[in-house]
Structure formats: structure tokens, C-alpha cells
Design a protein around this ligand. Structure first.
Ligand code: IPE
Ligand code: IPE
Ligand code: MG
Length: 249
């Protein structure tokens, strides 16, 4: 029973929610523990976000799980995160499948250890026919690189005569991004109190609503998620128009 959930208008749900899951290290530190303790305790929060989305039928959830810059963390922490990822995928694959979720991965997965890549691709394959919702993991992901790669690949196609320069528009450009099959982000949530984007989905959040929460990721609950949706629904998305124009529409 969630009273907050009852306040949600099912007619005005975001199609795509993206979350920057930040604050694991500080959560652990405040308990006198090592940073990796925070990562281990983040799994329940991930489950909460996935379940909350699934309960109210939000079709796309993208989770920023590991950034291209996170490779520069101490090797022990990177290794711990990679092991945790494999463990979690092994434990949760059936649950993801039985919820009807299709898993996708965006990012430079070639950089991931073979075992991580293998498990990821296994779950992607296992869930490929699911249609209830989409769970997108951004892993080894950096938005500037994604955009640069799109530019390079379009240039190659122009050079080879497959693309005419005059046909390069927003839609064509988006078809070269990792997110080509997903709708734009409607709501971006970041936990931990930091107000920054950290190289996440720069193109895709052009008109997203942004919410920065003073909650550390391991403390994230379903009710916090539902409250984010309620707050999202109280915003008027204007896309450059005036408030009066939006009311007439
Ligand atoms: C987010 O928590 C998890 C990853 C970036 C992998 P952090 O590890 O960044 O935690 P803080 O920000 O240091 O508290
Ligand atoms: C962003 O968090 C990346 C993920 C949550 C996976 P960081 O903790 O890496 O971001 P910065 O470095 O504080 O901006
Ligand atoms: Mg952080």
C-alpha cells in the first residue's frame, strides 16, 4: 500500500525515466565502511527502481551503472563493481525475465571484462522477446564519446555515399546513437545531492525534466520514485511554447 502511488495519474506517465544512481561511497563512509560496502547495498535500490517502474508501467528505465570515467577509479573498486555486476546478473536474470522486462546495454561494452560482457549479453538475449518494459543499463557509458562516434560513423557513411549531407537531421543523427530504439528521456533523476550530469545522455535529455534528490542511492525506495513521478506530473512541459499555448493543446 502506497499513498504516494495513488497520487500518480496513469494518463501522464513519463515514457522514459533515466537515473544517475549516485552516492554509494558516501553512504558507506557515513557508516564507517569501505566504498564497496555501499555498492553492495545499492542492489536493493536498483530493485526498488525497477519494481516501481514495472508497477506503474513506465516503458523505459535507463540506469547509469558505470561511466566511462569510472574506469579511472582505484582498480580494487573497479574490480569489485565488475564482480558485483556479474553476481547480480546471475541472481536477477530470472526475475528480470519473469517481470516481462527486456534488458538492453548501452556503452562501450568491449572494454568490460569478458565475464561481465558474457553475462550481460546472456540476459539481453534471454529477455529479447519481452515487451512489458525495457531496462537499459548504461555501462562503460560516456555521452560525449557516443556523440563523437555518431559523428564519425555518419562521416564514413557520407564518404561512402550512403548518406547525403542534406539529409542529416535530428532523426538521422539519433539513428547513430546507442539509444536509437528508445524514446527521448522525459525525466532524469540524480541521487546524492550533486547537481550535475556527469556525461550522461547529453543529447537525449534535451527536454527532460531534471530532479536532483538529497538521498544517497542505497536509500532509494519505491515511494521516493513515486514521489518523483508525482512531482514530474506537476510540471508543465512547454517545449518553448507559452503556458497559454500548452493549455489550448
Ligand atoms: C555511484 O556511487 C556508483 C558508481 C558511480 C559506480 P559513487 O561510488 O559515485 O558514490 P559517491 O558519489 O562517491 O558517494
Ligand atoms: C556518475 O556518478 C556515474 C554513475 C552513477 C554510474 P559519479 O560519481 O561517477 O559522478 P561524478 O564523478 O561525481 O560527477
Ligand atoms: Mg559519485
Amino acid at each position: 500500500m502506497s499513498l504516494i502511488k495513488d497520487k500518480i495519474n496513469s494518463e501522464n506517465l513519463p515514457k522514459h525515466v533515466a537515473i544517475i544512481m549516485d552516492g554509494n561511497g558516501r553512504w558507506a563512509k557515513s557508516r564507517g565502511e569501505k566504498r564497496t560496502f555501499g555498492h553492495k547495498n545499492a542492489i536493493d535500490a536498483v530493485r526498488n527502481a525497477i519494481n516501481a517502474c514495472n508497477e506503474i508501467n513506465i516503458p523505459y528505465l535507463t540506469l547509469y551503472t558505470f561511466s566511462s570515467e569510472n574506469w579511472n577509479r582505484p582498480p580494487e573498486e573497479v574490480n569489485a563493481l565488475m564482480s558485483l555486476l556479474v553476481e547480480t546478473l546471475l541472481l536477477e536474470a530470472d526475475e528480470i525475465f519473469s517481470k516481462g522486462l527486456r534488458m538492453h546495454v548501452i556503452g562501450n561494452i568491449e572494454k568490460l571484462p569478458p565475464l561481465v560482457k558474457e553475462q550481460l549479453l546472456r540476459v539481453v538475449e534471454l529477455t529479447k522477446d519481452n515487451i512489458k518494459g525495457n531496462l537499459v543499463l548504461a555501462l562503460s557509458y560516456g555521452s560525449q564519446n557516443e556523440i563523437l562516434n555518431a559523428v564519425k560513423n555518419i562521416s564514413v557513411d557520407v564518404k561512402e555515399g550512403k548518406v547525403d549531407i542534406d539529409s542529416i537531421d535530428q532523426k538521422l543523427f539519433e539513428s547513430y546513437l546507442y539509444t536509437k530504439d528508445f524514446p527521448p528521456v522525459d525525466l532524469l533523476i540524480r541521487t546524492s545531492g550533486e547537481i550535475r550530469i556527469s556525461n550522461f545522455l547529453l543529447w537525449q535529455i534535451a527536454y527532460a525534466e531534471l530532479q536532483f534528490l538529497d538521498v544517497l542511492w542505497p536509500d532509494f525506495t519505491k515511494d521516493i520514485f513515486f514521489q518523483c513521478i508525482v512531482d514530474y506530473q506537476n510540471k508543465e512541459r512547454r517545449y518553448g511554447l507559452t503556458g497559454d499555448q500548452i493549455k489550448i493543446q
